[in-house]
Design a protein around this ligand. Structure first.
Ligand SMILES: NCc1[nH]cc(CCC(=O)O)c1CC(=O)O
Length: 309
């Protein structure tokens, strides 16, 4: 009989809390445990506190994870629940990604006020998004649009949209679905025209590498297909150094023909793009991602990465 509750660390945003709840529910079901066998511990991060500047400007990856990882390393929490998309490729010593939950919708959603889709926006309309990838992809599709920085939680963005600050914005379908807000999407972007962020839609769980008890706890909720896809995507990102100023997109899927990966890097104005597609065996996921990253890096050449950093 477990006396101390199993502590699940998370950020306090509505999306992060929904992800922590989903993790708790999967663990309850897998182990036949009651809700109070788990405690959700809310931890504030720098990314949560600094809301007035674009993320890439504050310092990119790690913004949403550092404080949580400190508590995990200290043993104040047993696991940390994250959006894979926000996870750096290099983790602090002693921590690792121990489980991946079944992936949600990987696509981006467009939320328009008058026009329902990007293609229907009038000439020069304003699209708000702070993601460098979404900015570049929008400009690639519609060079005439005015793309502006736009942060805040879903509710704040909806208000700004209604008030006319922007004509449209983009959010991950996965986040909208987890918040029960999928009806807000006026268009869902196909992945070939609008390649998602690496890790988009996948919840990952981080824990201590020497914590065998937690490994046993997590084993039944780990999803093999998501783990394989994320292994490939994270290897691709790592091969590109995870430069947070370069718009990067990519998606790995598993089907009857094995593992398929598509990756893309873009100039911020969307005018220059390099794309790569590879297929391989799922048990070679890491190698596939690494090689795709090296190949696209070689094709783009070093000047490509230096030109706007
Ligand atoms: N960077 C914030 C972030 N991290 C994960 C998601 C969405 C959920 C997911 O992709 O798993 C979001 C919001 C968004 O991009 O709309």
């Amino acid at each position: 009989m477990q006396t101390k509750p199993f502590r699940i660390g998370t950020r306090g945003s509505p999306l992060a809390l929904a992800q922590a709840e989903e993790t708790r529910e999967r663990l309850m079901k897998a182990h036949g445990l009651p809700s109070d066998a788990f405690e959700i511990v809310v931890i504030s991060t720098k990314g949560d506190r600094v809301t007035d500047r674009p993320l890439a400007e504050i310092g990119g990856k790690g913004l949403f994870t550092e404080e949580i990882e400190a508590q995990l390393s200290d043993g104040r929490i047993d696991i940390a629940v994250h959006s894979s998309k926000d996870m750096p490729t290099v983790l602090p010593a002693g921590l690792y990604l121990s489980a991946f939950l079944p992936r949600e919708d990987v696509r981006d959603a467009f939320i328009g006020r008058d026009a329902g889709a990007i293609t229907d926006l009038p000439q020069g309309a304003t699209v708000g998004t702070s993601s460098l990838r979404r900015q570049a992809l929008v400009r690639r599709l519609r060079p005439d649009l005015n793309v502006v920085s736009f942060r805040g939680n879903v509710q704040t963005r909806m208000r700004k949209l209604q008030e006319g600050e922007v004509d449209g914005t983009l959010l991950a379908m996965a986040g909208l679905k987890r918040l029960g807000l999928q009806d807000k999407a006026t268009d869902v972007m196909a992945t070939d025209a609008f390649l998602p962020a690496l890790g988009q839609g996948a919840i990952c769980i981080e824990s201590r590498a020497d914590d065998a008890v937690t490994d046993t706890m997590l084993a039944p909720i780990d999803d093999e297909a998501t783990r394989t896809a994320l292994t490939c995507e994270r290897a691709f990102l790592a091969a590109l150094d995870g430069s947070c100023r370069t718009p990067i997109a990519g998606l790995a899927t598993i089907g009857t023909s094995g593992l398929s990966f598509s990756g893309m890097i873009l100039s911020p104005d969307g005018k220059t793009t390099f794309e790569i597609s590879r297929t391989g065996r799922p048990d070679n996921a890491a190698e596939l991602g690494t090689k795709a990253g090296a190949a696209i890096r070689a094709e783009a050449g070093p000047d490509f990465f230096e030109s706007w950093t």
